[in-house]
Design a protein around this ligand. Structure first.
Ligand code: NAI
Length: 687
């Protein structure tokens, strides 16, 4: 039984029980429709309370039905049936009421929710708009502005905020069912409000819509769904219910088959799969109750903040008191920033800081379950840290390194119990960026690896398993990005043109702007190390800029010039001269936005294919996730490898051959050539 009816006096309780998240499968839709019929016919019943079993209210559509033709009864008909029921329905929400789940709740005459519940219409995150009246009923319930916020961002609202905005009628503390029944009895004693379909909307002036459209375009860039969602709310505000519903349905159906929706579905499934790698099925992660971070620099402080966000007590270890003070002040600044942006309250910020212990010796680390090392990128320093840790910690404490480029196998050499050691590569700023590369060594125990994945989940991050090589997955591809960007300069493009092309493609920043932000010195250090290993990285211009001490924004000059206190990049004459000197005698090409993007992206895809063929990544979707969550690759393009597949791998291989002919890239690797014949990468997902 997915839907059960329990009549208690004049109130019927309808319980949906479809684990794990009470998704709106066809069986649930049919059973709910039948429940509405049955209860309308029962004279003794005056009101219906709709609840869900398990950990959540209806958390949306059934993902197993994604991309398949929907079978009746369709969700809009179910919502309309509940709305038109002879007895008022009260949705009693716990967990999440999202997507179709929230639309069912909007069909109910009333909504109450547990304090911890959240509600939302996240459809735009899948490249679609709500398809069962969400954009039409929401403005009739809570006004246009709230509806626009919810449907164009897809962000959830918690129950206390939902009451403030009129999305729900009451927050229930204590037992949800009895609270909802009491609410229903009280509601029956009053004149009933009309169903949402019969309520009027206050339509704002034209200037509101213009501003809303601008705001959506600024936020969503080239994503189509948010603008379409806005158009649906506008229709709902300006036209009658039936016209608006028809428009919403038409928009929903058109978007469902779009390339962006397919790409966003691909990412959605890739993210779900990333959290549960099949090779770790049945392996229990270890319990982590406390953690320590060694090194309170840029990364250590961000990692400590991420651990505190997840509620873990943190010990932060620095090498001396002044460095510790600086680190704690920077951590405080992160908390203050979160308060300022309204993300957390001042009380929570104080609680976060109270959960951090700063120390400069290793003795108090005996009880921690996990230590993450984020000291200088130097093999000797890191090894010494782990030696000291081995003396200070229990012998089952998990040790992790956040190294970017060093070989974790070498860091672990001579370590006692190397089975407890792995790489956990966070991205900067670590409290914000969602990617976590999880890097096992040959000795890492399966439950230690599983703990790395479980930690990512707890920190609300996306874990991707990466093999050991120079730069793991992400930074190895980044090196190619930078090489290509520099090759473009040597063949006639300007930094501003390259950056503009990559922004037009959908990246938040171009490669030169990003280097100026992060600092050119880190990459210069990597190149020195690579040259010492006998490699020959291509960066003649970046090398010259570093020799001129142009390290980026922090030195008021890098690829661009900067004014003090102003991050606006200004084209630099010095850089133009360096480029002209280095490019002397080299063939020049005419570049436009599209050809610049191709010259950068296809060699990145080629490197991705090499990463697949040498086993550094398990599957192409993992590379997609690395690019999206570590480097801002546009989610709506599905990730680097998906984008190439959607473009056509044969065309990508040809373009690479063409670039190779001009000396601007290497030829397609074997795996890419094979994948071009197959039409997809191994593990690349369906188109
Ligand atoms: P950083 O230079 O900002 O911080 C390093 C901190 O470690 C300093 O505060 C220093 O005082 C402290 N430290 C040095 N030796 C220590 C010791 N023996 N005991 C305790 N503390 C010690 O460096 P950053 O950028 O935070 O990088 C740290 C690690 O994270 C490096 O391995 C780096 O490659 C890696 N990483 C850096 C990223 C970035 O974007 N900056 C991104 C991902 C990884």
């Amino acid at each position: 039984m997915t839907v059960a009816i329990d009549v208690r006096g004049e109130i019927a309780i309808v319980t949906v029980d479809n684990p794990p998240v009470n998704a709106l499968s066809q069986t649930v839709r049919r059973a709910l429709l039948e429940a509405a019929e049955t209860l309308d016919a029962q004279a003794s019943v005056s009101a219906v309370v709709l609840v869900c079993a398990g950990r959540t209210f209806i958390a949306g559509a059934d993902v197993n039905e994604f991309g398949k033709p929907p079978e009746p009864p369709h969700l809009p008909d179910l919502v309309a049936r509940i709305e038109g029921a002879a007895k008022p329905w009260v949705a009693a929400i716990h967990g999440s009421a999202v997507g179709g789940g929230f639309e069912v709740a909007l069909g109910c005459r009333f909504r109450v929710a547990a304090r911890s519940a959240s509600l939302g219409l996240p459809e735009v995150r899948l490249g679609i708009v709500p398809g069962a009246g969400g954009t039409v009923r929401l403005p009739r319930l809570a006004g246009v502005e709230t509806a626009v916020d919810l449907v164009t961002t897809g962000l959830p609202v918690n129950a206390p905020k939902a009451v403030e905005h009129g999305l729900i009628d009451a927050v229930i503390d204590g037992d949800l069912i009895s609270g909802a029944m009491n609410f229903a009895r009280a509601a029956l004693a009053q004149p009933l409000p009309p169903p949402l379909r019969n309520r009027a909307v206050d339509c704002p002036a034209e200037s509101y819509w213009e501003a809303a459209e601008k705001a959506v375009i600024t936020r969503a860039g080239c994503e189509v769904a948010p603008l379409k969602a806005l158009a649906c709310v506008r229709k709902a505000a300006q036209f009658d219910f039936e016209t608006a519903i028809a428009f919403e349905r038409e928009t929903f159906l058109a978007l469902r088959g779009s390339a962006q929706a397919a790409a966003l579905r691909h990412v959605f499934f890739a993210e779900r799969a990333a959290l549960r790698p099949p090779e770790l099925a049945g392996v229990m992660p270890r319990e982590i109750k406390s953690a320590a971070v060694i090194g309170g620099g840029t990364m250590g402080v961000g990692i400590a903040a991420a651990l505190r966000d997840a509620g873990l007590p943190v010990t932060l270890v620095e090498r001396d008191e002044p460095a510790l003070e600086r680190a704690l002040a920077n951590l405080q600044a992160i908390c203050d920033g979160a308060v300022k942006r309204g993300r957390i309250s001042a009380e929570i910020a104080a609680e976060r800081m109270a959960g951090v212990t700063g120390i400069t010796d290793y003795n108090p680390l005996m009880d921690v379950d996990l230590v993450i090392e984020a000291v200088f990128e130097d093999l000797g320093v890191k090894r010494e840290v782990f030696q000291r840790l081995a003396g200070a910690c229990r012998d089952d404490t998990i040790f992790a390194t956040n190294t970017s480029y060093l070989d974790p196998e070498r860091i672990a050499e001579g370590m006692s119990r190397p089975d407890r050691f792995l790489g956990l590569h966070f991205f900067s700023p670590a409290q914000v960026m969602k990617l976590l590369e999880v890097v096992p060594t040959k000795a890492t125990a399966p439950d230690v690896l599983a703990t790395g994945f479980a930690l990512a989940r707890r920190l609300n991050k996306i874990p991707v398993r990466a093999g050991i090589c120079d730069g793991f997955i992400g930074n190895r591809i980044l090196k190619v990005t930078r090489t290509q960007a520099e090759r473009l300069l040597l063949s006639g493009a300007t930094p501003a043109a390259v950056d503009a092309a990559m922004r037009a493609f959908g990246l938040p920043m171009g490669p030169f702007e990003a280097q100026d932000l992060g600092g050119l010195d880190i990459a210069a250090f990597q190149r020195r190390a690579a040259r010492a290993r006998g490699e020959s990285p291509v960066a003649p211009i970046a090398d010259r800029l570093c020799a001129l001490k142009r390290f980026g924004q922090k030195s008021l000059g890098g690829w661009y010039d900067y004014e003090p206190g102003d991050r606006t990049p200004r084209p630099s004459e010095t850089v133009a001269e360096v480029i002209a000197e280095e490019a002397r005698g080299m063939p020049r090409h005419d570049w436009n936005e599209a050809s610049i993007a191709d010259c950068i992206l296809w060699p990145m895809v080629n490197e991705g294919a090499r990463i697949l063929s040498d086993g550094t990544a398990n599957k192409a979707t993992d590379i997609d996730l690395v690019e999206i969550h570590g480097y801002g690759f546009p989610r709506w393009r599905g990730g680097l490898m998906y984008y190439a597949q959607a473009h056509g791998l044969g065309k990508v291989a040809d373009a690479l051959r063409d670039l190779a002919g001009k000396g601007l890239a290497g030829p397609p690797c074997d795996l890419l050539v094979e994948a071009a014949e197959q039409g997809c990468f191994p593990g690349g997902g369906n188109q």
